[in-house]
Design a protein around this ligand. Structure first.
Ligand code: FEO
Length: 404
C-alpha cells in the first residue's frame, strides 16, 4: 500500500520528514495567514539521526514520512535544536515510538525539555562546537542562545554544508513545495520579514554578531534547512542577507500610524496626521486596529522611521486594543524610531499621556507634544494633527537624509 505521507529528499543523505499545518492561523498571538510547516529532518548516517520533531498532533505524519525511507526503529539519535512545543511537542511520542539510544539538546535545551515534560529521560548536552560522527558524516552543534530561546542551537552537517537552523531563517508558510526556489520571492520576502519582525527582532544585535561570526565558526552553508517554511537550497545567502539588513533596524522615510477609535474622532485625527506625514515626504501606513492584527503592525514597523499612536480615552485609560499592541511592540524592542501620540477624549483625557509614557519606555524619541481633541476634533485640532505629522516627518528626514 502506498504511503500517503512521504519524505522529501534534500540530498542523498538528508530527507525532510516534517508536517504541513495548512490551517494554522495563530501562533501564540502572531497571525499566520499562510499556515506553517514544522520541519524535521532525517540524516541517513550511521546511526540514523532525526533532527527535531514536530508539533504533537503531527507525530504520526512525521513517523509515516520517516517510514517511507527507513524503519523508524532505525532512528537511534534525536537532536532537539529547539524545545519550543511546535518542534519538541512531538518528542515524547517520538521517543516512545523509536526508543532512541540518545537524545541531544543544548545544556539550556536539556533544562527546557525537563521543564516541559517533567521526565527522567536521559538527555545529552554537547559542548558548544562539539562534533558527533555518524559514520562518514559529521554533525557539529553550535549554541545560538536567545535566537530566540535560551536553548536554541544550530546543527551543522559538515560534509553536506547543510545548516539545520531551527527557527532562524524560517517563516510561517505552508505549501506543497519544500524549497524556497519553488515559491514567489515576494511571498518569501513578506513572510520572512513578518517572521523576523515578530519573533527575532528583540535579538537583532545577536543576529548581527552571529552572521558576522559565520566564517570564524566555519559555517558556509550550501543549504539552510530551518524548522519552518521552505528550505534554501539555491542561494541560501539570500535569507542571510535579508536577516543582516533587518537586524540593523535601519530607519527609513516611512511612518506607521496605529490607532483605534470609538466614534471616529481619533480616526479623523489619524487621517490628518497621515496627511502631514505624507506632505513631509514619508511613506505612510495608517493601521486602524479594528482592521490590523498586532503582528501586521510589527511587520509594518520593520524598517520604519516613525511610530505614531492614537488612542481614545476609555474609563480614564488608554483604549484596550492600543494597550495590547503597545505591550506587544514593547516586547519586540524596535529601535531607531521617533514618534508622537494623539487621541480624542470626553472629560478626562489620560490616554495621550499614557501612550507617550509607553513610547518613552520603548525608547521612541518623542518629537512633539501629543494632540488631544475634546469629543470631536474641529478644524483647528485637525490642522494641529497635520502639523504633528509634518513635524514628525521633518525629524525623520533629518535623521534619514537619503530616501530609500
Ligand atoms: Fe518554531 Fe520557537 O518555535
Amino acid at each position: 500500500m502506498d504511503r500517503p505521507f512521504r519524505a522529501v529528499k534534500i540530498t542523498d543523505r538528508v530527507h525532510w520528514v516534517g508536517a504541513v499545518d495548512w490551517g494554522l492561523r495563530d501562533f501564540h498571538g502572531y497571525a499566520t495567514s499562510r499556515g506553517s510547516t514544522y520541519n524535521a529532518y532525517l540524516v541517513l548516517g550511521d546511526p540514523v539521526t532525526l533532527i527535531d520533531t514536530v508539533k504533537a498532533p503531527f507525530v504520526d505524519e512525521m513517523l509515516d514520512r520517516i517510514a517511507s525511507v527507513v524503519d523508524p526503529s532505525r532512528v537511534r539519535i534525536i537532536v532537539s535544536n529547539h524545545s519550543e512545543l511546535d518542534h519538541a511537542g512531538g518528542l515524547p511520542r517520538t521517543i516512545a515510538a523509536v526508543r532512541p539510544d540518545r537524545v541531544i539538546a543544548s545544556a539550556m535545551g536539556v533544562k527546557a525539555l525537563r521543564g516541559h515534560f517533567h521526565w527522567d529521560q536521559p538527555l545529552h548536552a554537547p559542548q558548544d562546537g562539539e562534533t558527533l560522527r555518524l559514520g562518514d558524516l559529521t554533525l557539529r552543534f553550535i549554541e545560538t542562545r536567545m535566537l530566540h530561546w535560551p536553548d536554541s542551537m544550530f546543527t551543522y552537517l559538515e560534509e553536506e554544508r547543510l545548516l539545520f537552523s531551527q527557527d532562524a531563517f524560517g517563516m510561517h508558510l505552508a505549501g506543497a513545495a519544500r524549497f524556497a526556489d519553488e515559491f514567489d520571492t515576494s511571498v518569501l520576502h513578506e513572510e520572512a520579514a513578518k517572521y523576523f519582525a515578530n519573533i527575532l527582532l528583540p535579538y537583532s544585535g545577536l543576529i548581527t554578531r552571529l552572521i558576522g561570526r559565520l566564517p570564524e565558526l566555519r559555517i558556509a552553508p550550501r543549504i539552510i534547512a530551518p524548522d519552518h517554511g521552505p528550505i534554501w537550497r539555491e542561494r541560501p545567502e539570500q535569507i542571510v542577507e535579508w536577516y543582516a539588513e533587518w537586524a540593523m533596524q535601519r530607519p527609513r522615510r516611512k511612518a506607521v500610524v496605529v490607532f483605534d477609535t470609538m466614534w471616529q474622532s481619533t480616526d479623523r485625527m489619524a487621517r490628518a496626521v497621515g496627511e502631514g506625514l505624507a506632505a513631509g515626504g514619508l511613506g505612510v501606513a495608517l493601521l486602524p486596529l479594528a482592521a490590523s492584527h498586532r503582528s501586521d503592525i510589527a511587520t509594518a514597523l520593520l524598517g520604519a522611521g516613525a511610530l505614531l499612536v492614537g488612542s481614545p480615552t476609555l474609563n480614564n485609560q488608554v483604549f484596550p486594543t492600543v494597550a495590547d499592541v503597545m505591550a506587544y511592540l514593547k516586547g519586540l524592542r524596535p529601535r531607531n524610531l521617533v514618534g508622537a501620540a494623539f487621541g480624542s477624549y470626553g472629560w478626562s483625557g489620560e490616554a495621550v499621556a499614557q501612550v507617550e509614557e509607553m513610547l518613552r519606555e520603548m525608547k521612541v524619541e518623542l518629537v512633539a507634544e501629543g494632540v488631544k481633541a475634546i469629543y470631536v476634533p474641529d478644524a483647528e485640532v485637525l490642522a494641529r494633527c497635520r502639523v504633528l505629522g509634518e513635524t514628525v516627518a521633518a525629524r525623520v528626514v533629518e535623521r534619514v537624509p537619503v530616501a530609500g
